[in-house]
Design a protein around this ligand. Structure first.
Ligand code: SF4
Length: 182
């Protein structure tokens, strides 16, 4: 059966010749990582429901190589925080982040995870970036699945262009040190 609608991910820039293709290691690793991000959903309230829709067949996050949802931090590299995070929950979120292996990335999904949302109260964390570093913020209360997909695509762009040595750079160490994370 012909499958002419199948779209392949474009290869990175490189030099093509008869029987060979040469490119940079950074680009190949970035391409592989960007198209195999495994999500760890940390859903505490309504935004989690939007994530369920994002995973379902209509929006189908599997198209991006992210079909393997993990509830083990050790087997996921894309932490998606969805919902209101109370201050009491902050240390648990941080522990989950610390248990993920490098390289790891974080998406704050929705107003609550990004900034506390409408809950400007004593008990709600005013943004998860108070306890862990965030790579992409998705706006909305709640964000529609299209916005969540857009957030994942933004993260893919970041991952694709990230150097394989970034995690051992002084800047990254400094970022983690500012969160008191070793
Ligand atoms: S951003 Fe809105 S929809 Fe999402 S968890 Fe907060 S209150 Fe619920």
């Amino acid at each position: 059966m012909s499958d002419s609608n199948t779209k392949m991910v474009a290869p990175p820039e490189g030099v093509v010749g008869e029987g060979f293709f040469a490119t940079k290691l950074n680009d190949v690793v970035g391409l592989a990582r960007a198209n195999s991000l495994w999500p760890l959903p940390f859903a505490t309230s309504c935004c989690g429901i939007e994530f369920m829709a994002t995973m379902a067949s209509h929006y189908d996050l599997a198209r991006f190589g992210s079909e393997r949802v993990s509830f083990s931090p050790r087997q996921a590299d894309m932490l998606m925080v969805m919902g209101t995070i109370s201050k009491k929950m902050g240390p648990i979120l941080r522990q989950v982040y610390e248990q993920m292996a490098e390289p790891r990335w974080v998406i704050a999904v929705g107003a609550c995870a990004s900034s506390g949302g409408i809950f400007d109260t004593y008990s709600v964390l005013q943004g998860i970036d108070k306890v862990i570093p965030v790579d992409v913020y998705v706006p909305g209360c709640p964000p529609r699945p299209e916005q969540i997909v857009d957030g994942v695509m933004k993260l893919q762009e970041l991952v694709r262009s990230e150097s394989v040595r970034r995690r051992s750079s002084p800047e990254y160490q400094e970022l983690l040190a500012s969160y008191n994370i070793k």
